[in-house]
Design a binder for this molecule. Structure first.
Ligand code: F6R
Length: 597
């Protein structure tokens, strides 16, 4: 959940580390710190956001051409200066930044205390520099001390390690936590995520689990940390530009990414066919298919489940990753399609491992090349939506949905069903999203002003409208902090109706299709309890007469409705957040990649 970066080269390390940290800040942000070496360690760290810390500590003003840095989201120990990384060992020999969790840290801490090491933080991380320095003090070199120490760690870790005993290199280790190495000209970088180092290099080496890399000015050497055996790796070229990862004139990444949706969908639809046929065949071979994902990716999976059933007569089950172990029957005839924007979500990775251990075959759909999920899967597909910086997923939802709709159409084709017409409609999706974006914003802004202080917002939909409102409610919750609850409109009468009272805002999503008429009855049902209904429907839809507020959309074919109908809700969440004076790019308590279970 934390972000780590590192630099070794000919330039002053601290300004580069600070810049990279800022690019990673979307990951975590309760504290941050930098350690450089120039004869001895220089360390600056504090609780708070990087900009605030920089104001008081002047983070760029540190000597040395080698260093590591960290931005933290607390797991063990509250956000505080003493718990902020980098952590040093008791004898000032080793500094470490860590993303992940050390499960056996209590045991290791007790052992080290007996060896005269002392601890100043509440973190699990602090055992790592101490364990390494324990081996250094026993006479081992830096690299072998790191290898010995790492073998004793249980849990997940991406580590950046520097030592005053060999101050010209950074050692990097990876197990179950993301990590990339950037190869520059006379300089080498490390980061938890690619955007952090994009301005400096586009050549990236992705470290696999169980590997250790030695970073020096002149380049990188990768080894297995168990055996020390060298692993030869070629850097991959990253095609993202720095501008792609920056705001390009929008006040927030969230808004920029909402408006990037037509392009993201276009790119997905262009690139998808390459792997699509293989994926379709892969799923058709199985007796049972699970679509496994969390959060927004789960909502895309629910859309896929619906489309696969309706268009391709292909039943599947959409399962939340953390429920997979308890609720699913898995065997050799099972196929899992894991969907994850980041490719690093711990719950999804765990579900994959469980599925594989029962003999199931696993395919994945992700946005991040070389992410952990891709290495665990038998078949890998990408959405190619470009970097998503904002914590809330927007354009990657649209890209996932587009890919999965195309998959449904491919499976239909392979089963001899007619899907040509639908494929033609799908190709028009970028144009549809573009027209929604250009039409709805003024209305949505006025709604945001009116409803920004609501205590509760309910959202109802039927059929495909249900995953759409689930995703809409998630956006509202994540950034506005207004309690938002989505439910299938038919479920209202089974309980939630009791909460609807005079003035309660209810958003009703009414796409074209068979559920339309029944949605009108549900709208009347909540109105009878005093609700203020905000309907989202096609321009000429009669629903307008039944609602207090109406968001008018162009005519969108039912199966494509998630791509158009989600847009006003993304924008509503964004504008309410701004109206409330909150930062949509940095929602409290949330992380972009949830790399802990
Ligand atoms: C919602 C959001 C999260 C993620 C979830 C899964 O805006 O960002 O709910 O969708 O954490 O993340 P991935 O898709 O990276 O596995």
């Amino acid at each position: 959940m934390c972000g780590i970066v590192g630099y070794v080269g000919k330039k002053k390390a601290a300004p580069i580390l600070l810049d990279s940290l800022k690019r990673l800040e979307y990951r975590e942000y309760d504290s941050a710190g930098i350690a450089t070496i120039d004869g001895h360690f220089h360390v600056k760290k504090e609780k708070g956001k990087i900009a605030e810390i920089d104001k008081t500590l002047d983070l760029a003003d540190m000597p040395g051409e080698i260093g590591i840095a960290h931005t933290r989201w607390a797991t063990h120990g509250v956000p505080s200066k003493k718990n902020a990384h980098p952590h040093l060992d008791s004898f000032g020999k080793v500094a470490v930044v860590h993303n992940g969790i050390i499960e056996n840290y209590v045991e290791l801490r007790n052992f080290l205390k007996k060896q005269k090491h002392f601890f100043t933080s509440d973190t699990d991380t602090e055992v790592i520099p101490n364990l390494i320095s324990y081996f250094i003090r026993k006479g081992k070199g830096f690299e072998s001390s790191v290898r010995e120490a790492v073998k004793k760690l249980r849990g997940s870790f991406a580590l950046g390690i520097v030592s005053v005993v060999e101050p010209d290199k950074i050692l990097v280790v990876r197990k179950d936590s993301p990590l990339v190495i950037g190869v520059g000209n006379g300089e080498t970088f490390l980061a938890s995520d690619i955007p952090a180092i994009l301005p400096y290099t586009k050549k990236v080496v992705v470290l696999e689990d169980g590997e250790l890399a030695i970073l020096a000015k002149g380049g990188v050497v990768v080894k297995k940390f168990e055996t020390g055996k060298i692993v030869r790796k070629r850097p991959v070229a990253i095609t993202w530009t720095v501008e792609m990862a920056e705001k390009t004139g929008y006040p927030h990444f969230t808004l920029k990414e909402i408006f990037q949706q037509p392009d993201a969908v276009q790119d997905t639809l262009r690139a998808a066919p390459e792997e699509l046929k293989n994926l379709a065949k892969f799923l058709l071979k199985a007796k049972r298919v699970y679509l496994v994902a969390c959060g927004t990716s789960n909502h895309a999976a629910l859309v896929a489940k619906y489309a696969l059933a309706k268009l391709a007569d292909f039943p599947t089950e959409a399962v939340i990753s953390s429920e997979f172990q308890e609720s699913c029957r898995v065997d050799r005839d099972t196929a899992v399609l894991a969907i994850s924007q980041s490719g690093e979500t711990a719950d999804t990775l765990k579900a994959i491992k469980i599925a594989k251990s029962h003999g199931a075959k696993v395919a994945c759909l992700t946005n991040v090349v070389g992410s952990s999920i891709t290495r665990e899967s038998d078949l890998v597909c990408y959405i190619f939506a470009g970097p998503e910086i904002s914590v809330v997923a927007t354009k990657t939802f649209a890209a996932q949905v587009s890919f999965l709709l195309l998959l449904a159409s491919k499976i239909a084709e392979l089963k001899g069903l007619n899907s040509k017409e639908f494929e033609k409609d799908l190709n028009a999706a970028p144009k549809i999203i573009r027209s929604v974006l250009s039409e709805v914003e003024p209305k949505v802004k006025s709604l945001a002003k009116k409803y920004k202080n609501s205590r509760h917002i309910y959202l109802i939909g039927r059929g495909l409208g249900y995953p759409i409102v689930l995703e809409g409610a998630l956006k509202l919750k994540e950034i506005t902090y207004v309690h938002s609850e989505a439910l299938p409109a038919g479920e209202l009468k089974h309980g939630t109706l009791a909460l609807i009272e005079k003035g309660t805002p209810v958003i009703a999503v009414v796409p074209l299709g068979e559920s339309r008429a029944r949605m009108v009855s549900n709208i009347e049902e909540v109105k009878a309890r005093g609700a203020t209904v905000i309907a989202i429907a096609s321009k000429d839809d009669e629903v307008k007469k039944h609602a207090e507020e109406f968001v008018s959309l162009p005519k969108i074919e039912e199966l494509l409705s998630p791509l158009g109908y989600i847009v006003p809700m993304q924008l509503l969440a964004y504008h309410i957040t701004v109206e409330r004076g909150q930062d949509p790019d940095r929602p409290r308590s949330l992380a972009k990649s949830v790399t802990v279970e």
